[in-house]
Design a protein. Structure first.
Length: 513
């Protein structure tokens, strides 16, 4: 590849992201561009070649599980499968189920891992004869192979997990603990100590003028917020249904957890008119006497006797509210939003916040009777399947943050889009041209800087691009006896006779790999 014909040039300044962000190095070197209108990243040809190298490493990591290449169409696959919070129970899309039924007919065909590269995501599908404890163990090999040893595995929605890389400018937040617990914040859980057992009190209304928040209510009655029930009204935008979510007054509601618990679409805060339409009063609401709303309560509510909750009348609350006797819910689930400082669900120590960059998301194996296989005993059984989705841009950003120094990127041989960065300087153009063709004949991946630029510009761009070997051919190097070879990783330099350069590179490659 001639750099003079390459589309996507380096930049001296990048304003979209801070210098500490991995994307900064990719943007500055010309691997990618920022689409300011859509808020998305676009890869230039050099970035696409880098992504192909990383994708190949991903395929190699999956190969131990019997990886094959599957048809494309990943966007429809994720949508039709009903994955990660969709109302329908996750299942294999029918076209895929019919195709897989023809490919997986016997236990001898399992396990298999199908992997494919889509426009916006890489995806894989694990097929197995039974539920495996960790269907995506191969991902750990992948992270190590590309140099991302600090990747965290985080709990996420339902039975899914997310692999994320810790980064100060990460796009998501995780809650972690020294004991090893880690989860994306929307899905994190916290330890919940139930209230001491009490005899149920009689339900009675009390006057609470102006107490339309938990804080003012607790202060007015002289009780801790944990003795109150917090009501949060939400509207399911897809179906228009009103949702009544109830947590203890000292906690907050997690909207994503409510979505999962009730199988809804996107949620928004309900309007006062929508709240009053079901017989509730904003600021003084409770599920008691409410009609036409879907009620979901946190798991702690049934274990918290004699709470204070709204009476659905202005300036009035009920005391002695008990779940089961005074109201019931359609669903009881963990809907509390865990916060930094909350007790860890495993060990009870305080949870800490960690900014992370999500790299991939996978799910546990689940059976699907649409695809049946024959067991060794001659019976039929449903195939277990597990989806995995990788965000390639995030992976490249994490890699760029790891494989860089103050001068620019610094790719290892296993990931570099090209092995050699050949630089032609004045007086060495003819020799560089001949060496370029010789390298191509020897099937050495080479990027040839044949531009009419100054040595300073060419060397700066070489450092920004970060290819493992920089070969410089000019009047000075030829007068010294050949080509100057510089190792990007260490800065080590060698002067090699021009006619021995290809052999030297091949020998170095054998040692480097």
């Amino acid at each position: 590849m001639r750099l003079s014909q390459h589309f996507g040039h380096s930049s001296r300044q990048v304003h979209e992201v801070p210098e500490t962000h991995g994307a900064y190095a990719l943007l500055r070197a010309g691997y990618a561009a920022w689409e300011s209108g859509g808020g998305r990243w676009a890869l230039w040809p050099l970035g696409e070649r880098l992504a192909q190298r990383v994708f190949a490493a991903w395929q190699r990591a999956l190969a131990s599980a019997g990886s094959i290449v599957a048809p494309g169409g990943e966007a429809d696959f994720w949508r039709l499968a009903g994955l990660w919070g969709a109302p329908a129970r996750p299942r294999l899309p029918r076209p895929w189920a019919r195709w897989l039924a023809l490919q997986v007919m016997s236990y001898r065909h399992l396990p298999r891992t199908l992997a494919s590269q889509g426009a916006s995501a890489w995806w894989a599908l694990r097929l197995a004869a039974e539920a495996e404890p960790d269907p995506w163990m191969a991902m750990e090999n992948f992270w190590r192979a590309i140099g991302l040893g600090e990747v965290m595995r985080l709990a996420a929605a339902e039975d899914t997990q997310v692999w994320a890389w810790p980064h100060p400018q990460g796009e998501a937040e995780a809650l972690t603990c020294a004991c090893g617990y880690a989860a994306l914040q929307p899905w994190a859980t916290r330890a919940k100590a139930p209230a001491p057992p009490e005899e149920p009190q009689a339900l009675r209304a009390v006057s609470t003028p102006g107490a339309n928040t938990i804080r003012t209510l607790a202060a007015q009655l002289g009780i801790p917020p944990s003795r109150t029930a917090k009501a949060v009204f939400l509207t399911d935008e897809a179906h228009g249904a009103l949702i009544f979510a109830v947590v203890r007054g000292d906690m907050e509601v997690s909207l994503p957890k409510v979505q999962i618990a009730l199988g809804t679409g996107p949620l928004r805060p309900a309007t006062e008119a929508e709240i009053r339409a079901v017989g509730a009063e904003p600021g003084y609401a409770s599920p008691i006497g409410v009609q036409g709303a879907r009620v979901v309560v946190d798991t702690l509510i049934p274990r918290s006797p004699n709470l204070v909750a709204g009476a659905n009348r202005p300036d009035t609350h009920f005391v002695g509210v008990n779940y089961g006797r005074d109201f019931q819910a359609e669903v009881v689930a963990d809907i509390v939003a865990a916060q930094p400082g909350d007790p860890c669900p495993r060990c009870g120590r305080a949870l800490s916040r960690q900014s992370v960059l999500p790299l991939a998301q996978g799910a546990a194996l689940r059976p699907d009777e649409q695809v049946a296989f024959r067991t060794p005993e001659g019976k039929t059984a449903p195939v277990f399947w597990s989806p995995l989705r990788v965000a390639p841009w995030h992976v490249l950003v994490a890699l760029a943050a790891v494989h860089r120094d103050a001068q620019g990127l610094r790719w290892p041989v296993s990931l570099a889009p090209y092995l050699v960065h050949l630089v032609a300087l004045r007086g060495g153009e003819e020799a560089a041209e001949a060496l370029y063709h010789e390298l191509q004949t020897a099937e050495v991946a080479v990027l040839y800087d044949d531009r009419a630029e100054s040595p300073g510009v060419k060397f700066t761009d070489a450092d920004l691009l970060g290819l493992p070997l920089r070969l410089t051919v000019g009047r000075r190097s030829l007068s010294k006896g050949g080509v100057e070879i510089r190792l990007r990783a260490s800065g080590e330099q060698h002067l090699v006779p021009l006619d021995q350069a290809v052999a030297w590179i091949q020998a170095w490659m054998e040692g480097a790999l």
